[in-house]
Design a protein around this ligand. Structure first.
Ligand code: KG4
Ligand code: ZN
Length: 333
């Protein structure tokens, strides 16, 4: 029997609506972003994001209704956080209204968990727990042990900036457009890799936590000291930034794997779209582990990952009781 779920995502600057069958088969996946409006601010202005979401959510749902009968839905899922409150309200209230109107269950989903379960979209892989999960996004850098969709242990987290923030803030200093991560990815691919400088890797020896604000200062100081930066040197800085971040990620994953017995590693979040990081994860872990990386378009926030997550979560929670979910920010103990 097919379980068809409508997933709604509105935690940050994206508005996503999608219908997914059985947690894997994407029937329709629509996304609107306010990134074009945020570019001139060089970062996300919550009010700009929320106002745009008010504008786009109904047209998106109308468009979705062209391919799916709402009566065919078995449940409505919505991301309830973490996120910006103004943005969250729009998705949550819309989902509640649809669920109420159709008299269908409402399943609330943790946005971070959904980033990990985006890996099960468009692939019919069996979900085997425990999973070592790593969320690398604009707002979070969390290393987690996923024992079930609702039993998640936080192993390590950033003490300051997230990986995405490191990319975006350094890119901004280099006068690259917002969001900086994809720009760095593009420019780094043009580097020949034969430069003679090295950024310090913030390993925090022995700890599963991360820290990226020192790296940001290091790169900014490095750039300040250069009298002028040739185009090739810019490419090199981008590549060295990626190499530094990828080295940290690989070391942290190896440390976690030495402590916890898992067969599957699942990565998620916008930064998981980075080509160099993806390559390094493949090189280091593919031989020994099942490494799950979402398709690039599923790394960023979207409605399909919310529906995929809800499909797995639905066996563990009472629909309509959001308190059945664990805290929105993962807890260490
Ligand atoms: O998961 P996401 O869409 O939003 C949050 O939940 O935060 O992640 C956005 C972040 C931004 O910091 C963006 O610069 C980064 O993901 N990002 C990338 C790439 N694509 C997006 N960073 C590095 N390389 C990329 N290709
Ligand atoms: Zn996200």
């Amino acid at each position: 029997m097919t379980v068809r779920i409508l997933g709604i995502e509105s935690t940050c600057d994206e508005t996503g609506v999608a219908v997914v069958d059985n947690g894997t088969d994407v029937v329709v996946n629509l996304l609107a972003s306010s990134v074009h409006l945020q570019k001139k601010f060089g970062g996300i202005v919550p009010e700009v994001a929320a106002r745009e979401q008010v504008r786009v959510i109904t047209p998106l749902l109308k468009e979705l209704m062209r391919s799916v009968e709402f009566e065919s839905l078995d449940a409505i899922a919505v991301s309830i956080g973490p996120g910006l409150v103004g943005s969250l309200l729009i998705g949550v209230e819309t989902a509640k209204t649809i669920a109420l109107f159709l008299n269908k269950p409402l399943i609330s989903v943790n946005h971070l968990t959904a980033h990990i379960f985006a890996n099960f979209l468009d692939n019919n892989q069996k979900v085997e727990f425990p999973i070592l999960g790593l969320i690398i996004s604009g707002g979070h850098t969390d290393l987690i042990l996923v024992n079930s969709p609702t039993s998640i242990k936080l192993l390590g987290s950033t003490l300051d900036d997230s990986v995405g923030e490191a990319f975006d803030k350094i890119a901004r200093f280099m006068r690259l457009p917002y969001p900086g991560g994809p720009e760095v990815d593009k420019l780094a691919r043009k580097s020949k890799g034969d430069y003679d400088f090295r950024f310090t890797r913030p390993y925090l020896q022995g700890s599963l936590d991360f820290s990226f604000s020192g790296l940001k200062t290091h790169v900014v100081n490095f750039l300040d000291k250069q009298k002028s930066l040739s185009q090739n040197a810019k490419f090199d800085v981008c590549l060295e930034l990626e190499r530094t971040i990828a080295d940290v990620i690989v070391v942290k994953l190896k440390l976690a794997l030495s402590k916890y017995k898992v067969k599957t590693i699942a990565i998620g979040g916008g930064v998981a779209a980075n080509s160099f990081i993806r390559e390094q994860l493949k090189n280091n872990f593919f031989d020994e582990y099942k490494v799950l990386l979402p398709a690039k378009e599923n790394c960023v926030d979207n409605g399909a990952m919310i529906a995929a997550c809800a499909f797995l979560v639905r066996n563990y929670v009472d629909p309509l009781k959001t308190q059945a979910l664990p805290g929105l920010h993962f807890q260490k103990n």
